[in-house]
Every structure is written in structure tokens, then in C-alpha cells.
Design a protein around this ligand. Sequence first.
Ligand code: CP
Ligand code: NVA
Length: 304
Amino acid sequence: MKKDFIALTDFSSDELTGMLDLADRIKQSPQEFENALKGKTLGLIFNKKSTRTRISFQVGIFQLGGMGLFLGPEDMQLARGETISDTGKVLSRFLDGIMIRTFSHSDVLDLAKYASVPVINGLTDFNHPCQALADMMTIREKFGKLEGLKLAYVGDSNNVAVSLLFACVKFGLHISLVSPKGYTITKEALDMSREEAESKHLNIILTENVQEGVAGADIVYTDVWTSMGQEKEQQQRLNDLSGYTVNEQMMKGAGPKAVFMHCLPAHRGEEVSAPVIDGPASIVFDQAENRLHLQKAVMVSLMQ
Ligand code: CP
Ligand code: NVA
């Protein structure tokens, strides 16, 4: 049975830990895996822009002995109305896997339903699982563990926040989501994680209060205030989120060894101040690098 990678809630904690362990091995000795996907092809459908996801997947599949095919928004008949179901069935006759970045999460679910090859979610308006799993790899490298840590996510509780919530619950981290009214996490995401969080005695704190939210945090995480597709709301978002910039003052309120994380791209002076993202607590470029290693592990797990 093929397995897709669409949301972290589709996997057990053990399965996800297995992927982190594999990613660590791939990072340590990439040469061991240079033929792992020899001759295999991954289609990369991008309906939104990307720097990290596109390049790390293309380089990653190449380093595993396979080939990536970039399929931009105007490249396929999808742009002229061909259905997702026909596209999924046809691509499955040519490819060994499909990565898709798009707007509607249901399009990814549909593609996975009709494709007979694994589908990897490279970001939707709902979530961003590759990012959050790579972030867990980075946190484990820095702290030597995951369980019991506290992650404070500050700003717009968007697609990245949703996947971080799912990841925290899977790996035993407490999470506080610090957002003003109108920018809180979706009820759907909370409902998907509440039961498992309760059974593991994990705190999921939703608060508007920055001081309360970041107190004692090991990780302070933020993301852009205006995600792709929300450009028309930009001015309103700048106004509404103005008190939520992660700055040095806010970092002082977190734990003494707190690290700063951001999935990138970043907007200095909006969701984060330059001294924080460019300062000693920032691990944002390690996060970016680990996208490569972690996604290689995902591809090996799904496509071998
Ligand atoms: N973090 C992330 O997914 O970056 P890109 O949008 O550049 O792929
Ligand atoms: N929340 C951002 C993440 C980009 C990687 C967006 O969806 O645009």
C-alpha cells in the first residue's frame, strides 16, 4: 500500500521518530544513500513560489540517485482546467512520487486519492508538514531531546503553526500559540490534536499575551504575517499583528537558553527584529539546511 505524506497526524510518533533517525543518518553519511532512489522520478508541482522547498527537493532526489521534474503553475494542463483526478492518474503512469505545493488542502487530498504513487505535501493553506518535521530534527540536534521542551509560536497561527502543533503533540513538546484575535489557530487543527495531547499530558496554550506565552520557552518560533495568497490583506495584517514582533525584549522573557526559529522567508522589522534573527540565538539556517536531509528521509521512506 502506498503511503502519502500529507499531515503529521497521519503518522504515529514512532514512525515520525524513525524518519528523524533516518534523516540524521542521511545527514551524517549521504554517500550511503546515493543509490537509494536510483532511476526514480519525483514530479514537483508548484502553484506557489518557493526557494527552500523547491531546491531542497530537487537536490535531494538527485543526491539519492533519482531525478526531479519541476512543474510550475503554468506548465501543465491543470492550468487549463484538467482535473486533479485525471492529473493524478496520468502522473502515476510516469512518476514514482509527486510533491505538490498549492493553495487548497483538499486538492492535495484529492491528488493523493487518485494517484497510485506517494504524494508529498510541500505546503498548503492548511499545513506544512515537511517544514515542521525538519524543525523537530533541528530542535533535537540542538537540545539532544524533544520530549518535555516548550515551543512558543508567536504571530499569525497559520499553516506553519498548524504543522508545528501536530509535530509538538507527536514528539511530546508543550506548545503555546501566541496570537491576537482573528489570527488564532483553526479549530480543525486543534480538534485533530487535542485527544493525543491530553493523553500525553501536554499543554496547548492559546493566548494573546506575549509575556505569558513565551515565559519559560525553549524555542521561540515565528513566521510571516502575510502568507502566500493573502497579499491583499497585508496592510490590515501589519496593523493587527504589530505588537507581536519577536524582538530582544521578548527573547529575554523566554528561557535562558532559548533558541529562535523561523521557517523563512523572513521580513525583518515585521514578525522578527533583525538583531534576533541575525543574533546568536537564531538557528534559522540550520533549519533551512535540515529541510534537505529530512525530505531525503521522507522520499526514501515513501518511494523506495
Ligand atoms: N520554508 C519554506 O518552505 O520556504 P520556501 O517557501 O522557500 O520553500
Ligand atoms: N506561512 C507561509 C510559509 C512560507 C514557507 C506561507 O504560506 O506563505
